[in-house]
Design a protein around this ligand. Sequence first.
Ligand SMILES: Nc1ncnc2c1ncn2[C@@H]1O[C@H](COP(=O)(O)OP(=O)(O)OP(=O)(O)O)[C@@H](O)[C@H]1O
Length: 337
Amino acid sequence: MSPSPPLICARHLRKHYAGRPVVQDVSFALAAGETLVLLGPSGCGKTTLLKMLNRLIEPDSGTVEVGGHDVRTLAPETLRRGMGYVIQQAGLLPHYTVAENVAVVPRLLGHAPAAITARTEALLTRLHLPPAQFAHQYPQQLSGGQQQRVGLARALAADPPIVLLDEPFGALDPITRTAIRRDFRELEELLRKTIVLVTHDVGEAFELADRILLLDAGRVQQLGTPRELLFRPANEFVRRFFAPDRLALQLRTLRLADIRPFLPAATAVVASAPRLAPTLSVQQALEQLTDSVEEQADAALFLAADSTAGLGHRLTLPHLMAAFGQALQLEDAAWKR
Ligand SMILES: Nc1ncnc2c1ncn2[C@@H]1O[C@H](COP(=O)(O)OP(=O)(O)OP(=O)(O)O)[C@@H](O)[C@H]1O
């Protein structure tokens, strides 16, 4: 089977402001359903690049294709229907109610009023904004987090295959930010979408990205999976960019399946002991173990053995940390090179 053609294809994009290069020869291709995070320090060109995708900014040179069509050849309403757009602080229309804000694009597109109402109510419900309570409120009556949820509902209202998000959680306090991010990750509606998200938050990028495009001064420093950027940095900039968060990112990036070869041999599983899935990150396993240790000092969990049913690797804190250390040594060879 041949791989499906990319849904978004950016080629050699460049932009200057007052003779200063802001985006320099950026190219990438994005498959349908992928989440790409544009990451980098303030002023590196993330927003400019994002806005070139939906033509809010025209590049000096280079092209963007969506579904094989150059975006310059698409009618504005086709582009709008195809790409939802969420910005920091939601950008809601202050004199429109929540429901009217969500309905803006479907109305422009001439959808039937009954269908618009049904869609709006379904989206608000899914985003934890019960319509009976929120549909008729105005943006200034809502908290920042609630406004951001309305912004997301608005971007999804016309069911676009692509969603662009510019620092969507940037203005929120850390607790609200974490909660909305979890909802965002779990929103079924978004699982099928192709997403391009701008952030300067490294943890956020690692949590949400299939791939990260790391920029500095308008140039691509590396494009790859979070794991590739962390363990196979393309250059000194990439290495330094992640250095302050390195351990936290390693704990979140390595899975139990990665450390399994370094755990003690599998034994018969104690029937009552909790079992952990191999897809859990070391960080998640650590959290579960710490919780159990608080209840019972010699607590252990089990990770199912690779091949033999009924067998499992006993996971205690020392086992977990030792195996993590060994797995890191292997991965870290590139870092130290
Ligand atoms: N309309 C404009 N006119 C002149 N310079 C601009 C314009 N828009 C952006 N810039 C400059 O281009 C550079 C890149 O801006 P951009 O907003 O794309 O960066 P960013 O990575 O999104 O930054 P941040 O994380 O701070 O939002 C910045 O130096 C900015 O000052």
